[in-house]
Structures are given as C-alpha cells and as structure tokens.
Design a protein around this ligand. Structure first.
Ligand code: ZN
Length: 408
C-alpha cells in the first residue's frame, strides 16, 4: 500500500507523475446497515498517476481485490442503458463474426449474465468468467460462468476443456484489473487464430475533457487511452484492428484486437496521433483537469450549502460506486443531501459509505417531496429525468454535478 510498492501495471516501471491526489477515502461499495459503526471505517489512498515510460494512467496504490469484489453490488441488468446496449453489441458481433470466425464466445467479467444471455440468443456458444457473488445469479439462470479472476491460468483451463475462443469480450473490465498484464496474457492465449478480442472501456480522454473524476475509485485501477492500450496489447503480440466510440459509462471506446499476424490492418493510428497532439499521454496535459476538479468540488459544495440555507429538500439519485467517491471527496453528508434513491434493491436500506446518507427506493425518494435531485449516475441522466417526470410525477429540479454543477 505504500508508494514504494508502485510498479506500472503495464510495463513495470516505477517512474510516474501524479495526475490527481484525492486523499484517503472509503471503498465505494462499502455500503453499511444502519447501526453498523465499523463496516465503512476502512480508508485507502486514492491517487492517480501516469507512468512516465508507457503513459498508462493508473492508481498509485491498490486495495486487495478480494476485499473489493467479494461484496460487489453492481448488477449489469439494472441499467436501462445496458438493456439497450446488450442486444446492439450481440447483434454486431454476430453479424461480424458468427459465420466468419466461429461461434465460441467467452466474456470476461460476465457479472449477472445479462450480456451472456444476449450473446447466446444471437447464436454464440457462451462461457462467462466472473469473480463476484453476483455471478451466482447467472448460474441460476443457466448462463454458465467460471468463478474467478480471468488470467492466464483460467485461459489455459478453458482452452483444455472447451477449446480456444473465436470472440472474447471484456466490457468495462480492463480498468478494474489489478493484474492487467496477466489478463491480456490470458486473452492472447485463449484467442483463436483469426479471432477478435473485443474491449470496451471508459475513455480517459472524456474523463479529462468532461471532468468525470468520479470515474476514479479504488476498483478502477487503470484509465486507458488508445495509445496506452496499444502499448499494452503490443507486449502480447496483439494489435488494434478496429476502434470507435460507444455511448456507455459517460463515453467509452469500443475496440477490437487481433493477433499480430492477422491480415486485418492496424487501426486507431489517427486517434493515437490526436491523443499525442492534445498531450493526453503526458502528465503535463492533465494540469487543467486537476484544477477543474478542485473548482468543481468548491462549486458543488457552495451550491448545496446555499440550498440547505434556503431550507430546500435536496436528495440524490443513483448511488453508483462512482458517486460515492464524489460524495466523500466533496464531504457531502446528510446535512446537504438527506437521502439517496437507487433502483438496486441490494442497496436500499443501507447507508452510503463514509458520508452515511441513507439509500431508499425511487418511490420512497419521491415521497420525501424533494426540491432538488442530485444526479449520482449523471451518465444515465436522460433516462432518469424521463422516469422521474413521467412515472413518478416529479416536479422539482435536477442537479448534474459534472463537468461543473448545473441545475436542470
Ligand atoms: Zn508503464
């Protein structure tokens, strides 16, 4: 946990520069029951650094991954955005590869099996891999997954029992992996000749440009750019052959990698040139981001304190892990936000880690007659606003916290 233990998760270098230091904060998934005085007492440093050698942006120190994921509360199927994205991605992969590459699809971090079901329905033979307790739901629904952290050991195991994979999907998982090199090594081992390794991850460019610092929490170990990802893949003889944007998680990159010898030409070279032009892969290029985060924190606190002084009822909606970082970093507790709504029943009845704001159902939130709702999951803003207006008749206002707090 000390700084001296740092070595880059991509290249092993110890040479790094600080991008943003957020101090010591609770873990974003340490929701506690009322009366539990110790369940969220753990604090860990949260500092973002950039490797000066391979430019991968990553956390300086890590929390033990069993500690992070054993009580994981994120369930893919609860998001409407995922509900739209899953059939789209399944159809795209089926159109592109089912006939030409083969039908074995392995999903890394398959969570509750929500996407697996769509890949299966699109015609693939599916296998998931996931370390968390949430995957038990997938097994119960007949969407088989191997319990564990995907890496070269599990990859070898899959190859011996099921053969190589034609398509490997890793959505939103590279950033979570503390063993990034082993994950990529496993994918390279498992990927059949001519196969595609499909990677989707939040794009550090958008985090910088839109001040999405709530993407930074202990589970998110690294924050790839196209350049840093290309550097990583290259070490395992993989190359990027397709890259585009996807509107998930505040803006993601969807890219496909293939073995070095694949006939498909390398893609994403223009994006890498653009990234270098805007200094995305240099520590100096992040100074403005650091200043913007400090400004955002001051502005959000000022706004919420002003509303509290005016006697307004302010609540939040979307107790996403990302939001917990922002609440703790900005010291927002029940004096400023009296309750947080969340559609995930696993979170309802618990208290937000550190700041101890109670989490309630959306219906109970509306029953509090709030004047303002702070959008915790601002990336799902459109669907949340629509739902509150149309389903629950909410007449008040919304506060979108990033890039700078804004009343809607
Ligand atoms: Zn490095």
């Amino acid at each position: 946990m000390t700084d001296d233990a740092f070595s880059c998760r991509c290249c092993g270098s110890r040479n790094r520069a600080t991008v943003l230091d957020m101090g010591s904060v609770p873990l974003a998934n340490d929701f506690v029951a009322p009366g539990d005085e110790v369940g969220d007492a753990f604090r860990a440093p949260l500092a973002l650094v950039m490797c000066r050698d391979c430019c991968l942006i990553q956390l300086e120190s890590l929390v033990d991954r069993e500690r992070l994921f054993s009580n994981y509360l994120w369930v893919t199927g609860t998001s409407q955005a995922a509900a739209q994205h899953a059939p789209w991605l399944a159809q795209r992969l089926s159109d592109r590869y089912l006939e030409t590459k083969g039908n074995v699809l392995v999903e890394i971090a398959s969570n509750d099996g929500f996407f697996l079901r769509h890949y299966r329905d699109a015609g693939f033979r599916i296998l998931g891999v996931d370390p968390s307790n949430v995957a038990l739901d997938a097994d119960a629904a007949g969407l088989t997954s191997i319990r564990g952290f995907f890496g070269s050991d599990i990859a070898r195991d899959i190859v011996s029992k099921h053969g190589e994979a034609n398509v490997i999907v890793a959505r939103n998982v590279l950033g979570h992996s503390s063993e990034l090199r082993d994950l990529i090594a496993g994918a390279a081992l498992l990927l059949a000749e001519g196969g595609r390794f499909v990677i989707e991850h939040p794009y550090a460019y958008l985090m910088r440009e839109e001040v999405q610092y709530d993407q930074i929490f202990h589970e998110h170990v690294s924050y790839p750019t196209v350049q840093s990802l290309a550097n990583l893949l290259e070490q395992f003889n993989l190359k990027i052959v397709d890259v585009e944007f996807a509107p998930m998680n505040g803006g993601s990159v969807l890219l496909e990698a293939a073995h070095e010898g694949d006939p498909a030409p390398e893609a994403g070279l223009e994006m890498r040139a653009f990234e270098n032009f805007i200094q995305l892969n240099e520590p100096e290029g992040w100074a403005g981001f650091r200043r913007a985060v400090h400004r955002q924190r001051d502005a959000l606190r000022e706004l919420l304190e002003q509303l509290a002084d005016e006697g307004k009822v302010v609540v939040g909606y979307g107790a996403a892990a990302k939001c917990m970082t922002m609440l703790n970093y900005c010291y927002i507790d029940t004096k400023l936000v009296s309750a947080f709504g969340d559609a995930n029943p696993r979170k309802q009845g618990l208290l937000c880690p550190g700041v101890r704001i109670p989490v309630v159902s959306p219906e109970d939130l509306v029953a509090l007659n709030p004047d303002y709702i702070l959008l915790g999951a601002w990336n799902l803003q459109t669907e949340i606003v629509k739902q509150f207006r149309e389903e629950w008749g909410f007449q008040g206002k919304f506060i979108c916290p990033v890039p700078m707090p804004e009343i809607l």
